[in-house]
Design a protein around this ligand. Structure first.
Ligand code: SF4
Length: 401
């Protein structure tokens, strides 16, 4: 399968009162067509910021400070190459070099996102059907004039408010879009979709709300669906149903999915390839088999070690001691960011490691000195070498669903 997205050296920082926070640091990964690419890591590892950076939804005080996001879209490449040839490479366009308006126009037909808490993502005062129909209408208007944001927003704003006070009201959303919303609800498995479309979010269960969010995200028929912890707020049986639904939709539509999760069970069930994130960096990347069967990075091994094994239940799961650092630039030394928690930290780990071949498939890489040398106990760092972050990691790694 060819690449749909190539992320290169993407860095995002937050400029806070306490100082600069390096939420994502030089990320490099690809998402291929028709695959599920998993991004896994603890809370605070930078997974969600990476997704928001791709879709250009990072809000102040955050800022994407460097990097490229190459998106394969032959039509867009053709349209862009005459006035910005540097933003085009064959069929790929670096969307970081597009204008804000052009990037915004990609949301929906190119990239769409579902968030982990559907209850706070939907407007409680508008029916579910109306909210999905709006998404359909926005995409329809954008398709008719892809470079115009006005087409997306006609029907809203101060001018419309004034004109609606003196002129007979006109619906922003057409009957056709309403019908499409009902059909989307049906596609995601909502029973009696025409009736349920008339209900408000509080009348939906958690699982149904997540299905509605997925329906809304599908309104633009995206090439890439970014699913940020899509099952976290759901109980286990509903989680399984939502994951099956995402897989079925992916097969049916041919879209790619970037699945963000802290749950290795979800990764094992869903993903073709995986990137493991720690402290804003990718620390291991490879196929599902590379990461699950031949992990190299001690953090990946720690995550796997904290997974319960039904066939060989250990008396206690092995937590990873300590916490993810708070990523303040002033406190990030030039060393391996995992060194203060790593059981194999050696003197070599005081230099920041780069991603290197980790010995599995062609694409298996890890950011660890153990890709090049064996662990040498005589070179181990003293356990009090760093001021360890207290507590035990929130490795909420759960059993396979
Ligand atoms: S580079 Fe060193 S400290 Fe970092 S994960 Fe590898 S062995 Fe551990």
């Amino acid at each position: 399968m060819s690449d749909l997205l190539r992320v290169r050296d993407l860095s995002t920082r937050f400029f806070t009162e306490k100082g600069q926070v390096n939420a994502c640091e030089s990320l490099n990964f690809d998402v291929r067509e028709e695959e599920v690419f998993g991004v896994v890591g603890e809370s605070g590892s930078g997974k969600s910021v990476a997704a928001l950076s791709i879709i250009d939804l990072v809000e102040s005080p955050g800022k994407i400070t460097s990097g490229e996001v190459w998106y394969r879209n032959p039509t867009l490449a053709e349209e862009t190459k005459s006035d910005r040839p540097e933003a085009v490479d064959g069929e790929f366009v670096d969307i970081r070099q597009l204008t804000v308006r052009e990037r915004r126009a990609l949301r929906g037909p190119s990239f769409s996102m579902i968030f982990q808490d559907p209850m706070s993502s939907l407007n409680p005062s508008i029916t579910v059907g109306e909210q999905i129909a709006e998404a359909v209408e926005v995409q329809k208007r954008a398709r008719s004039n892809p470079r115009s944001t006005r087409s997306r927003t006609q029907g809203y704003g101060l001018a419309n408010l004034i004109s609606s006070a003196v002129l007979p009201s006109q619906d922003y959303v057409s009957e056709e879009s309403h019908a499409e919303a009902v059909s989307l609800l049906e596609q995601v498995g909502i029973p009696d979709p025409a009736d349920r479309a008339e209900e408000y979010p509080h009348q939906f269960s958690g699982g149904m709300l997540q299905r509605a969010m997925i329906a809304q995200a599908l309104a633009g028929e995206p090439d890439l669906l970014i699913a940020d912890e899509p099952t976290t707020a759901l109980d286990v049986t509903i989680q399984a149903q939502i994951l099956d639904l995402l897989r079925d939709l992916q097969t049916e539509t041919g879209m790619s999915i970037m699945l963000i999760t802290h749950n290795l069970g979800v990764v094992a069930r869903m993903c073709d390839r995986v990137g493991v994130m720690y402290a804003g960096e990718l620390v291991e990347r490879g196929s599902l088999e590379d990461v699950f069967d031949r992990p190299v990075h001690p953090y990946t091994k720690g995550l796997l070690g904290s997974l319960p094994d039904l066939e060989d239940p250990a008396p206690r799961l092995q937590p990873i001691e300590g916490n993810v650092p708070d990523l303040l630039d002033s406190e990030m030394d030039d060393r391996c960011y995992f060194a203060d928690r790593c059981p194999k930290a050696m003197e070599e780990c005081l230099s920041h490691p780069s991603m290197d071949d980790a010995g599995g498939s062609d694409e298996h890489e890890a950011r660890c000195v153990l890709t090049e040398m064996e662990y040498d106990e005589s070179r181990a760092l003293a356990s009090d070498r760093f001021e360890r972050n207290s507590g035990t990691a929130e490795t909420e790694v759960k059993q396979n669903d």
